[in-house]
Design a protein around this ligand. Structure first.
Ligand code: S3P
Length: 176
């Protein structure tokens, strides 16, 4: 049976861009939990955080994973929100759902990519650089625990990262 390939990692590590490219290269469908949640809620992640708060959003993430499992989603490239692996329940659900790949980026790379971004509510703070460093420290263990494969993405192009994943994990999951 074809497994899913799941990309996890901090905001700005390239989960969505790599996921989209990987799905093209492997001829597999692509899903992103943030987009599924926005579709279901009928508004943006930013609006969900503002109107209902982070806990409500985290509940939506867990429900989203459960739905993917209930629908018996297979042979799909799935990227998930950066905070989704923080809940223990979600880490278990991720393992059930497929092969989990952690795209690991340094705080400097993440800051460079996100310094002008306004769509991530958790980074709309006075000192986003410090916030990224602190959050990454807190999250690193959870990402490592959730992942079967860890891949450094600093200074690599989307094409290079996609190729590495294809070589390491793609063979049994290709749509061919
Ligand atoms: C979050 C990451 C975001 C989004 C939300 C919270 C996080 O997704 O789910 O803003 O807690 O790291 P991306 O990692 O796709 O930016």
């Amino acid at each position: 049976m074809k497994n899913n390939l799941i990309l996890i990692g901090y905001m700005g590590c390239g989960k969505s861009s790599v996921g989209e490219r990987l799905s093209e290269v492997l001829s597999l469908p692509f899903l992103d939990t943030d987009r599924l949640i926005e579709k279901e809620a009928g508004c943006s992640i930013k609006e969900i955080f503002a109107r209902k708060g982070e806990e409500d959003f985290r509940g939506r993430e867990t429900r989203c994973l459960k739905e993917l499992l209930e629908k018996k989603t297979r042979g799909t490239v799935i990227s998930v929100g950066g905070g989704l692996p923080l809940r223990e329940e979600n880490r278990k659900l991720l393992k059930e759902l497929g092969e989990v790949i952690y795209l690991k980026a340094s705080p400097a790379t993440i800051f460079e990519r996100l310094k002008t971004d306004t769509t991530r509510p958790l980074l709309q703070v006075e000192n986003p650089q410090k916030e990224i460093e602190l959050m990454l420290k807190k999250r690193e263990g959870f990402y490592q625990e959730a992942a079967g494969t860890v891949l450094w993405v600093d200074d690599k192009s989307i094409e290079q990262i996609t190729e590495e994943i294809r070589r390491q994990c793609g063979n049994e999951n290709s749509g061919d």
